[in-house]
Write a protein that binds this ligand. Sequence first.
Ligand SMILES: NC(=O)c1ccc[n+]([C@@H]2O[C@H](COP(=O)([O-])OP(=O)(O)OC[C@H]3O[C@@H](n4cnc5c(N)ncnc54)[C@H](O)[C@@H]3O)[C@@H](O)[C@H]2O)c1
Ligand SMILES: OC[C@@H](O)C(O)[C@H](O)CO
Length: 455
Amino acid sequence: MATQNTWLHIGLGSFHRAHQAWYLHRLIAQGDARWHIAAGNIRNDAEHVVAALTAQKGRYVLETVSPEGERVYEEITSIQKLLPWQADLQPLITEGAKPETKVIAFTVTEGGYYLNTTHQLEVNNADLACDLQGGNKTIYGVITRILEQRMANNAGPLTLLNCDNVRHNGERFHDGLVEFLTLTGKQAVIEWLKANATCPNTMVDRITPRPAADLPARIKEKTGTDDKAPVMGETFIQWVVEDNFRDVRPDLEAVGVEMVESVIPYEEAKIRILNASHSCIAWAGTLMGKQFIHESTLTDAIYAIADRYVTEDVIPSLGNNGIDLPTYRDVVLKRFTNPYIEDTNQRVAADGFSKIPAMITPTMLECYQRGAVPHATAMLPALFFVYMEQWHKGQLPYEYQDGILDADAVHAMFNAEDPIALFASDKALFGELATRDDFAALLREKIQAVYTLIR
Ligand SMILES: NC(=O)c1ccc[n+]([C@@H]2O[C@H](COP(=O)([O-])OP(=O)(O)OC[C@H]3O[C@@H](n4cnc5c(N)ncnc54)[C@H](O)[C@@H]3O)[C@@H](O)[C@H]2O)c1
Ligand SMILES: OC[C@@H](O)C(O)[C@H](O)CO
């Protein structure tokens, strides 16, 4: 009888179910039943999904669709244990502290790491402040409690695997956790972590929209299954993982995962070319009255902004990193034009306050460092500025979602005499650029260009 190792996943969103759960499902489908997933949430924001999945014994249908409209349906079988949400998160903690749990992975969004531009914890954030006092609202608070329980149970080593779109995601999480443990005086946990856990970096990729309202009906029609919690994503999928697991791991290579020594070239290309362009298109598309990513990308003026940003600023920044970057750019922009996935500008526009410092500011800094002015990249924060101005005026056509939005501060900025000067001097967004004499003028010029674009 094969051993059943547990892969605990925290953050049971659509992406986990279309990506990591798919890979582990493929292993099971190939006859390797050594791993299963147990999954749950830190936030009580998906009660109906957890209830539906529990009733379906963790199974659900994944629909994938290519840019040509070819749809494939697959029942995913890897999530075999649903952990009900409880205010004290005890089900997650108990599962994480079991010796058979060898990997704890998580997708808690970019905003879920509460890091500033110098990668330190935003300790004034209300959720983080709560966890620094012993609460359970963030990944740091929960993992700390799991590790303490593992130490008490003598449960052995494990791998902590960040699967969010965060640059150097394993390192950033590790450093955030160590800072959290230091601030809470948990030196013994820091020592245990050093000896017993690794945090490999990963690059994850599959565009996974929020499931559309008509998805259950289409799945019923095509497969006959009455699924209350289906997901859908694009056909494209990629997962690059640093091969640095602390204990056993699934045979991920057998299902197409790229196990590498360093993910840096892959993640730099993905985060700057895919994610930053995606946000740019979502902010611009919203400002131009579009609902979906594909229609925004197919708007010539928007396509040109994204294409120029990658071509003029990102590709020279990344240099020759072993990836054919012009081809990567073209493939990514083509993926964005897939009309069948109906990905919304609302989903992709989210978390701007985390994405600008992590995904966009580094390119501007590197342009200046090589003596160039980041004209093309500066359009991205300029779009975000005008987008937030519309949010401030209550003119966005949907709710803007951002894990670290400080609503009072944003309203105060737009009520001030010179909002652009305040925006440009925001160190949390722009780091050392915030003190450059010429940076506000650059943003002012690009913000004018955005007003012209959307007039
Ligand atoms: N959807 C995609 O196309 C895609 C692709 C690659 C990577 N990702 C990564 O996965 C993340 C989640 O995407 P999704 O599509 O599953 O979104 P989703 O909205 O379906 O799920 C978000 C999950 O994160 C949890 N969460 C949100 N904020 C949190 C916080 N501050 N602390 C703890 N948990 C929190 C929610 O409870 C939920 O489980 C993205 O933010 C991104 O980093 C998504
Ligand atoms: O840019 C938004 C992301 O969620 C994106 O859909 C994803 O990173 C694609 O892999």
